[in-house]
Design a protein around this ligand. Structure first.
Ligand code: CO
Length: 502
């Protein structure tokens, strides 16, 4: 008979072994995006598949299952140990709901669907994507029924990315947007417009890079425990809290591209660096949810990076790198340019306000696809109709419309809402930080971010997956997610930028 201690040690050994494999996959994945030569793709794909399968086997074995069953009834575990076991058991049971054949079918279809999406985008022809997307929707509906759900089948898919999220809660969030945002947008449209020309001058690559490092250091990103590199699509990945990688990209004629990706990924990176090292590979060593992860990137990007105080500190530094480009521009001008609102076609380039219409549109479409009230072939028409309805613009073609995002080709239905949830959590957390940290705004004006980071570490990072997003939000701010805080912050910001009152 093994003691609880021995059983728990065995549990940790298995989970950490799987984590080693998954982090090794992350290294390969990072290299694939950053350095790998084109011919390396096939070998890399098989290496990644082997690691993923091996990790998956470890965590779905019957032996692991019985270990978890035994441990979940043990009464001499510490609070933290109990928490890890509970979460691992949840993961295990969820994994077990998908039969091996289903996982294989989904993985095959994902490759097919992704390739179809690439081809469709290249040729600007939705019909090349439609057949495999339609199969993907069918498979996702099947996945929802395998998982089981209450209410709408989409709830089962949402839960994968944001535990506990459901359409009842999201409808409240998005209905708030539907009521308030158009009014705010209308006021902005009717106000004197601001120019963002100062972002569209020629900013040489090296100086942009140097400035990005200054900003990351200012945010207290630990370069002894991470680094930044270039990639086509900016992302964050982690091999352990002591080795976190972020990437950025530079467009010499559009300063926004590097600036926002650097701060955004920096925020994700700080979260990963702040997860408890002692819980390596265990549930308590992982991020709460996608929504909370996004709250960290958005807090730094939007609440800090797009504030006047931030630019009062950083604009003079930026001017040293680009004296000619920024001649005659003030910190105030730069702040306004950073907050220009303009309905546009591409989600990833949208401003802080209209961004949420892009997410709302995807959310409405996903719900209908999964419930079966929208056929895949009618997707482009529906997409264009909703862009006209919410943003007053119609994409000239499907490439800049329905084919712009990779998510659906990967079968990621239920992912988009986490972008909006993350932004709203960010505003609510920041609102609380302003109350908890006296003089925070003055600190940011002086480029001092240490207290803010400590606050985030204490309130969020150290807990890993201990709480759900909602529990965490209540613990920090005393209430559930409240989208009106986002609206209030936007109204205050656009008062400064556009002189409107709301
Ligand atoms: Co993000």
């Amino acid at each position: 008979m093994q003691t609880t201690n021995q059983l728990y040690t065995e549990y940790v050994t298995i989970v950490q072994k799987a984590a080693d494999l998954n982090y090794a996959s992350a290294v390969l994945g990072w290299d694939q995006e950053v350095y790998m030569p084109a011919k390396g793709a096939d070998a890399r794909a098989r290496q990644l598949a082997t690691l993923a399968t091996t990790a998956h086997e470890l965590l779905t074995s019957d032996h692991f299952g019985s270990l978890l069953s035994e441990l979940s009834v043990a009464c001499d575990l510490t609070d933290e140990q109990k928490c890890n076991i509970l979460l691992s058991k949840e993961d295990y049971q969820k994994n077990k709901k998908l039969p091996h054949e289903f996982v294989e079918e989904l993985s095959k279809l994902t490759s097919e669907c992704f390739n179809a999406w690439i081809a469709a985008r290249e040729k600007n022809d939705f019909n090349l994507f439609a057949p495999s997307l339609s199969k993907m929707v069918t498979l996702k509906r099947k996945q929802a029924s395998l998982y089981g759900y209450q209410g709408h089948p989409y709830n089962a898919l949402l839960d994968e990315y944001e535990k506990g999220a459901n359409i009842e809660m999201l409808d409240v969030v998005f209905n708030g947007i539907k009521e308030q945002l158009p009014l705010l947008l209308e006021k902005i449209k009717n106000a004197p417009q601001v120019s963002n020309d100062c972002f569209h001058r020629n900013f040489p690559k090296q100086q942009q890079w140097d400035f990005s490092i200054d900003v990351l250091k200012g945010m207290e990103f630990d370069f002894e425990a991470g680094r930044q590199d270039y990639s086509v699509h900016p992302f964050t990945t982690s091999f352990a809290p002591s080795d976190v990688r972020i990437t950025t990209r530079v467009d010499e004629n559009n300063f926004s591209s590097m600036l926002w990706s650097c701060i955004h990924e920096g925020g994700h990176g700080l979260y990963e660096q702040g997860l408890p090292e002692a819980q390596y590979g265990l549930p308590l060593g992982a991020a709460t949810s996608l929504g909370i992860h996004e709250s960290q990137s958005r807090l730094w990007e939007n609440c800090v990076g797009r504030s006047l105080g931030f630019w009062q500190h950083y604009f003079p530094i930026l001017q040293k790198y680009f004296p000619e480009q920024l001649i005659g521009v003030s910190a105030q001008d730069f702040f306004k340019a950073a907050n220009k609102v303009q309905p546009s076609l591409i989600r990833t380039e949208a401003d802080e306000l209209t961004y949420h219409f892009h997410v709302l549109i995807r959310y409405e479409i996903e719900k209908e696809l999964i419930e079966g009230t929208l056929e895949t072939e009618n997707l482009p028409a529906k997409w264009n109709e909703l862009y006209q309805k919410y943003l007053g613009i119609t994409p000239p073609d499907n490439r800049s419309g329905v084919l712009q995002d990779v998510h659906w080709s990967h079968g990621m239905f239920g992912y988009f809402p986490t972008y909006t949830l993350g932004s709203f959590y960010a505003c609510q957390f920041y609102d609380q930080a302003l109350k908890d940290i006296s003089g925070l705004q003055a600190q940011i004006q002086n480029g001092e971010m240490a207290q803010l980071l400590t606050w985030l570490r204490t309130k969020i990072h150290q807990y890993g997956r201990r709480y759900t997003s909602e529990e965490l939000c209540i613990a920090i701010t005393g209430k559930k997610l409240d989208p009106s805080i986002f609206i209030e912050q936007m109204a205050a910001k656009y008062k400064d930028v556009y002189g409107i009152s709301f």
